[in-house]
Design a protein around this ligand. Structure first.
Ligand code: NAP
Length: 353
């Protein structure tokens, strides 16, 4: 009995306490943290891990609704432990390939928000990394970096001889910051980022060497696009949708291309994905023959390894930088998610346990 109490006190989990409502903004009170039992190895296929880092991601907003509304993730059940991308260290294993002390990462979106957890050894992959570099595997070398790299390379049609200009929205975030840098490496002549603060604009210009940055909260986006992109926009890496995207699209050239990565400005609204466009924007797409195809990184798993090698090479040569905002403590994972949805992150928002 005493032993059980000590083991429960050692472990904690974060679960979904309430839903924000399909038309509501998520809040910290939607999440709760409680003590729970220390995991047991159920069979030969399970391993016990200690969680080291968690990633909080915009898709999780869909999981907070009673119906996720998208086919690639399920809604979270009330009371159930939240899961997403994560990294940890193996504590117990009977597997021949995973040993105590190994660092492992979730292969998908199934790492439980627990201090200690039993996971299936087929749902994790071993990573060769120092402790200090682990966050990179959930940022530039994780889903957001791979999304950026594959989005630009598979959908962008970048060719150096064409001297293309790319605009990125949510440009200082996990995907956006990498997408802009990838575009430059692949040959875009100019990259302009749109983001939500002056600090983020400075980060884009001073640290990532974007050619222009626009703060959509304090500047006139239409005027700034005219000033920074007089030649028109050839590629748009769209993370946000809504008004910002309508304005970018109004500056796009004939036969230009939108990489439809995400529409975060609409995630707190009960609309289908992708949300319907205004009549005016739809007309511009038709008249200018702008290509706008939905891009989902989970549909391109066969290309992940190649993208990872590219990102590692460019990161190691200093051509692409990575940035993370790191919150501390499992009990703060919910607030880290809410903070990211409110734009308080620069680079990828992670949680360190
Ligand atoms: P992130 O950009 O690091 O963080 C989200 C950012 O969105 C916030 O920092 C905020 O930055 C911005 N934002 C929030 N509300 C906004 C609003 N109403 N209008 C405009 N901007 C808003 O997140 P991420 O993980 O890299 O994801 C970025 C996008 O990529 C999301 O749309 C996500 O769904 C999508 N995504 C798609 C795939 C795929 O396979 N297609 C994979 C991963 C992610 P500001 O300060 O700039 O407002």
């Amino acid at each position: 009995m005493v032993v059980l109490y000590i083991q429960m006190a050692l472990n904690k989990r974060v679960y979904l306490k309430s839903r924000p409502g399909a038309n509501g903004s998520p809040s910290i009170s939607n999440f709760s943290c409680e003590m729970c039992e220390y995991p047991v190895m159920e069979n030969e296929e399970s391993i016990i891990v200690k969680t080291l880092y968690l990633s909080v991601d915009p898709y999780m907003r869909c999981c907070m609704n009673s119906d996720s509304g998208v086919d690639y993730v399920k809604a979270w059940q009330l009371g159930s432990t939240i899961a997403g991308p994560g990294i940890g260290m193996v504590l117990e294993s009977k597997s021949e390939t995973l040993h105590k002390g190994d660092f492992v990462i979730s292969s998908g979106l199934e790492w439980p928000w627990k201090l200690y957890a039993a996971v299936k050894n087929c749902e994790v992959e071993k990573i060769k990394s120092t402790q200090d570099n682990l966050p990179l595997f959930l940022s530039i070398f994780g889903i957001s970096g791979i999304t950026a790299a594959l989005g630009v390379s598979l959908k962008g049609g970048v060719e150096a001889s064409l001297k293309q200009l790319m605009v990125v929205s949510a440009a200082a975030g996990g995907c956006g910051s990498v997408a802009g840098q990838v575009a430059k490496v692949l040959g875009c002549s100019k990259v302009v980022g749109i983001c939500g603060s002056e600090e983020k604009c400075m980060f884009l210009m001073d640290e990532l060497h974007f050619d222009g940055a626009i703060c959509y909260k304090t500047q006139n986006v239409d005027e700034e696009l005219s000033r920074l992109c007089p030649e028109g926009v050839d590629l748009y890496f769209d993370n946000v949708g809504g008004t910002v995207s309508d304005l970018v699209i109004s500056h796009m050239n004939h036969k230009s291309c939108i990489i439809l990565c995400g529409q975060i400005s609409k995630y707190n609204e009960d609309v289908p994905y992708p949300p319907p466009l205004s009549t005016e924007t739809s007309k511009i797409l038709r008249q200018r023959e702008i290509n706008r195809e939905r891009f989902l990184v989970l549909n391109h798993k066969e290309k992940w390894k190649e993208a990872l090698h590219f990102l590692q090479k460019e990161y190691n040569t200093g051509n692409i930088k990575s940035k993370e905002t790191i919150a501390h403590g499992l009990e703060n994972a919910g607030s880290a998610f809410v903070s990211m949805m409110n734009g308080c992150n620069i680079g990828k928002q992670l949680v360190k346990l």
